[in-house]
Design a protein around this ligand. Structure first.
Ligand code: ABT
Ligand code: MG
Length: 148
């Protein structure tokens, strides 16, 4: 089954959006298979945002993402990578449809509430950065029969 890495960023935590965000993915039918609540080290954040190294917003992005606790998660289910990105919305809040997380709750590109892997490659890479295999728990859910 497909897996993606999602993280509620420090702004989402500060704004008390943890429950709201997790509820959206649960209600959609996806399964939470790993979760940790941590203040990322700068090293971890740099690994995660490696693709942006050298860009103008990079250092500020690392300052922000290491500024407080985040909720790092792995979610599982059919098409979860692309569907989660759709549920999250676009990078720029103005381009995010109402009904998406950023469209409903975000105003500023540098405070965009939640991260979601953007491809199968980045999902595998990011899950490997944030979680050990033994921290990921697949389990049978009686709801699966109704979701699929
Ligand atoms: P992430 O889920 O954080 O990766 O965001 P997304 O994939 O939608 O967008 P990208 B392009 O990966 O942006 C990463 C973070 O950098 C911030 N950013 C991005 C800026 O502050 N200015 C910019 O011009 C761009 C392109 C937005 C993202 N994080 N935050 N917070
Ligand atoms: Mg990205």
């Amino acid at each position: 089954m497909e897996r993606t890495f999602l993280a509620i960023k420090p702004d989402g935590v500060q704004r008390k959006l943890i429950g709201e965000i997790i509820a959206r993915f649960e209600k959609k039918g996806y399964k939470l298979v790993a979760m940790k609540y941590i203040v990322p080290t700068r090293d971890l954040a740099a690994k995660h945002y490696e693709e942006h190294k050298g860009k103008g917003f990079y250092e500020g992005l690392l300052d922000f993402i290491t500024s407080g606790p985040i909720v790092a998660m792995v979610w599982q289910g059919k098409g979860v990578i692309a569907t989660a990105r759709k549920m999250i919305g676009q990078t720029k809040p103005l381009e995010s449809e109402c009904g998406s997380i950023r469209g409903d709750y975000g105003i500023e590109v540098g405070r965009n509430i939640i991260h979601g892997s953007d491809s199968l490659d980045s999902a595998e890479r990011e899950i490997g950065i944030w979680f050990k295999e033994e921290e990921i728990f697949d389990y049978e859910s009686s709801l699966d029969v109704w979701v699929y």
